[in-house]
Design a protein. Structure first.
Length: 366
């Protein structure tokens, strides 16, 4: 049975979109609203009992003496920590592969950052250009992984180039083997995108050859989503009239629900009402961004042939051994020591731990 809305119901839904997206003129406004909606759902910890005490905060420590290790965290701990420190609104329930890691400084026993790996998005223009085609999914999912979250604690990120440390470790053979073992993969390609896209001219992933290489900009022709109570109210309003639009266990369910509701509205409205709604959707898409796309081949020379299913035998490039944890950490340590020393000499070291709360004044784009 075809699901439909009557005209008054479609106008109500259109007004929700018009009113919600009408309040934003810039991407940072939309991102802050998205983050604040998520913060509202997180219960406040008891005094002195929060995980913020587990975040690295000894900014007198030189990178030269830091002892770093990559550890795997349970879902609850990782989710709580990332929502506390990240300016992005991170999804908790994600279908497909999911490996959640943290980097810990062993002298202090405190975290300096967090990473999450998952199944790559299905379609990506710069990836298709790199591979020479749209990859066959079975082979691609066996050989490629995406870094969805690569976030240092702050101000560790600022003081010590923490984003580059985490990104480098994402490309390590040790992490690669964790994924190979967990998901029976033959992993040869790591990919990620910048968080802020074209609202910033640079990314923490720039200047990281050969670990990561920039391969172009993604497309951004998709509708951003409504967040928090407005979305829940809209979903309940529509599904109380149509029944479930998307299966409960569907991947990217919120995105699919949004697109389904937009489709219902467009099929019902006409004339000036439809024109106004289409304008709202067009303007909303301007709030999304083209992301900078980066790839690592782990020092594997023939990674494109493996991803494309032409062979499963790995040919090591000359720089293959540079992708082990100890090599990557030493690469970072030299850069971080130079930066930390300069900031310290200039009196510009940041010393206040940045943690998101309802009252946070943290810059959404950092």
């Amino acid at each position: 049975m075809v699901k439909t809305l009557n005209k008054n119901e479609a106008l109500h839904c259109a007004d929700v979109f018009n009113n919600y997206f009408g309040q934003f003129s810039r991407i940072d406004q939309y991102m802050r609203d998205q983050k604040m909606a998520q913060i509202e759902t997180i219960p406040a910890p008891l005094p002195g009992m929060g995980l913020d005490s587990d975040m690295f905060d000894d900014f007198t420590m030189s990178p030269e003496v830091m002892d770093l290790e990559v550890v795997e965290l349970d879902n609850h701990t990782w989710d709580t920590c990332i929502n506390m420190i990240s300016s992005h609104s991170n999804m908790v329930s994600i279908p497909g592969k999911a490996l959640k890691l943290a980097v810990k400084e062993k002298n202090t026993g405190k975290f300096v950052g967090f990473m999450r790996f998952g199944s790559p998005v299905i379609n990506c223009k710069p990836r298709n250009t790199l591979l020479g085609n749209v990859p066959e999914l079975t082979s691609f999912n066996k050989t490629a992984i995406m870094g969805f979250v690569i976030v240092p604690t702050q101000p560790f990120g600022f003081n010590y180039l923490g984003g580059k440390l985490l990104a480098a470790l994402c490309c390590s053979h040790e992490v690669r083997e964790k994924l190979n073992k967990k998901y029976d993969m033959n992993l040869v390609m790591f990919e990620t995108t910048s968080l802020y896209g074209n609202s910033k001219s640079a990314s923490q992933y720039d200047g990281m050859k050969p670990m990561l290489r920039y391969k172009g900009l993604t497309d951004s022709d998709f509708i951003p989503m409504i967040h928090g109570k407005p979305f829940k109210d809209l979903q309940n309003y529509v599904e109380s009239r149509t029944g479930h639009l998307v299966p409960e266990n569907a991947s990217s369910r919120k995105l699919k629900l949004t697109n389904a509701i937009i489709g219902l509205v467009k099929r019902t409205l006409d004339g000036d009402d439809l024109k106004k709604f289409n304008t709202t959707i067009t303007n909303a898409k301007l709030l999304t961004e083209r992301k900078r796309y980066y790839v690592s081949n782990y020092g594997i020379e023939n990674y494109i042939d493996i991803v494309n299913g032409k062979t499963d035998k790995i040919v090591k490039a000359q720089n293959y051994d540079r992708f082990y944890d100890n090599e990557l950490i030493e690469w970072w340590r030299k850069l971080a020591t130079k930066r930390w020393t300069k900031l310290n000499e200039d009196g510009r070291l940041r010393k206040d731990l940045e943690v998101w709360t309802k009252d946070s004044k943290i810059d959404i784009i950092r």
